[in-house]
Design a protein around this ligand. Structure first.
Ligand code: HEC
Length: 181
């Protein structure tokens, strides 16, 4: 089958999977969206262990809207969690404070693997679906695009905290930070 036709078949499959997916009914407020990722380097069927799109502008653009359509209703607009689900800006925060560059890259890779598995399989604990699986709804390109987007917002809490600290006296910054807790 020529690649273009194969792509068409693949996107039809994705569309029908989205239509029959049971969680469309379980969480009927927002229909999960399949995401157009044709403008990105295609990744094939083999799942990558690491985000191949880090810093890729087009992936970040696609990931921003894919996040808004599929994840924001639980994880919060612009990845700022309202408390229902984990704040995804924090996902690889521990890696950011890692000073050894080799360890830092290993840390990113580990978090990437955890991220992709979480999104593909969802989160089910004691039989309760906390997060639906996205396998078959979002393709590999879309899932790594969302990660690329999340990487652009991960530094925000630290940046915001630093701004608050420099704008106010240290004592005032401390008390406003503790009020937020
Ligand atoms: C129906 C609500 C819901 C939707 C939609 C949802 N999630 Fe989640 N997600 C959760 C909850 C709740 C958890 C925490 C589950 C747990 O505690 O086991 C979670 C956990 C995660 C985790 C693990 C976080 C951690 O700190 O361990 C990742 C990564 C994640 N979600 C990514 C996503 C992405 C990306 C999307 C969109 C493609 C998404 N989620 C859509 C509710 C949701």
């Amino acid at each position: 089958m020529p690649p273009s036709l194969r792509h068409l078949v693949a996107s039809l499959l994705i569309t029908s999977a989205a239509v029959v997916s049971p969680f469309v009914h379980a969480h009927g407020d927002v229909t999960p969206q399949s995401v157009d990722t044709k403008s990105l380097p295609q990744l094939g069927d083999q799942w990558r262990e690491e985000n191949p799109y880090r810093g890729n502008k087009e992936a970040i653009r696609i990931g921003t809207s894919a996040y808004a359509q599929n994840c924001a209703r639980c994880h919060g607009l612009e990845a700022i969690s309202g408390g229902i689900a984990p704040d995804l800006r924090q996902l690889d925060r521990d890696c950011m404070s890692q000073k050894d560059e080799v360890k830092k890259q290993a840390c990113f890779k580990e978090i990437d693997g955890y991220f992709a598995t979480s999104v593909r399989r969802g989160k089910v604990r004691n039989g309760a679906v906390y997060m639906p699986p996205f396998e078959g709804i979002l393709n590999q390109e879309a899932i790594w695009s969302i990660k690329a987007y999340l990487e652009t917002v991960r530094a925000m809490p630290a940046v915001a905290a630093a701004k608050a600290a420099s704008a106010a006296a240290p004592a005032a910054a401390k008390s406003s930070a503790s009020k937020k807790q």
